[in-house]
Design a protein around this ligand. Structure first.
Ligand code: FE2
Ligand code: FE2
Length: 183
């Protein structure tokens, strides 16, 4: 397994989370029932799984190694990706504000607006990483560096989010999928 395989797998979970969020926005717009508790759980996913785990793997380990390796085009690409992580965090904090203030239950709420912007931002961001960044990492990073990256990723999972938490997040996504993504 390559470090980018681990990140691509997490991207699939993030994309599922974005689909659930999109469906929740549609429910809010249509006046259908959405539970505050489910929004709080989604926010935890955005903050812990997406930002603390996934983005930290990229920002603290993958990006610096790619810069160090002097990969053509990597510098500009990485600086745009870092900007996108930052904008994502801003959307999440506005979503959190709206949810904790219980001001999300309207079609024009800050929760719906920022969720839509977050979905659009992360969808393009993931495409950019999958198609432009990861192929460069696979081609240019040495097997030794790739092995070290995987070891660092494992440490992040255990130390930053805690053993077993990953599984818990996947189960949560599965449950929310059954509720909000009707076949
Ligand atoms: Fe990223
Ligand atoms: Fe990513």
């Amino acid at each position: 397994m390559r470090p980018t395989d681990d990140l691509r797998e997490e991207h699939r979970a993030v994309k599922l989370m974005l689909k659930i969020l999109d469906s929740i926005c549609k429910d809010i717009e249509a006046g259908r029932d959405v539970k505050q508790e489910h929004l709080e759980k989604l926010i935890e996913l955005m903050k812990i799984f997406v930002d603390k785990c996934h983005h930290t793997k990229e920002e603290a380990y993958l990006f610096p190694e790619m810069k160090k390796a002097g990969i053509p085009g990597a510098e500009e690409l990485i600086s745009s990706l870092l900007q996108e992580h930052k904008r994502g965090r801003e959307h999440v904090s506005r979503i959190e504000e709206a949810v904790s203030g219980q001001e999300w239950d309207r079609a024009d709420s800050a929760m719906v607006k920022n969720s839509r912007a977050y979905i659009q931002l992360l969808t393009l961001h993931i495409e950019k990483e999958d198609n432009e960044l990861f192929p460069r990492a696979d081609a240019y990073l040495t097997p030794g560096i790739q092995k070290e990256l995987l070891e660092s990723f494992e440490i992040i999972e255990n130390e930053e989010i805690g053993a077993g938490k990953h599984e818990e997040f996947h189960m949560l996504l599965h449950d929310l999928k059954d509720i909000y993504l009707k076949p």
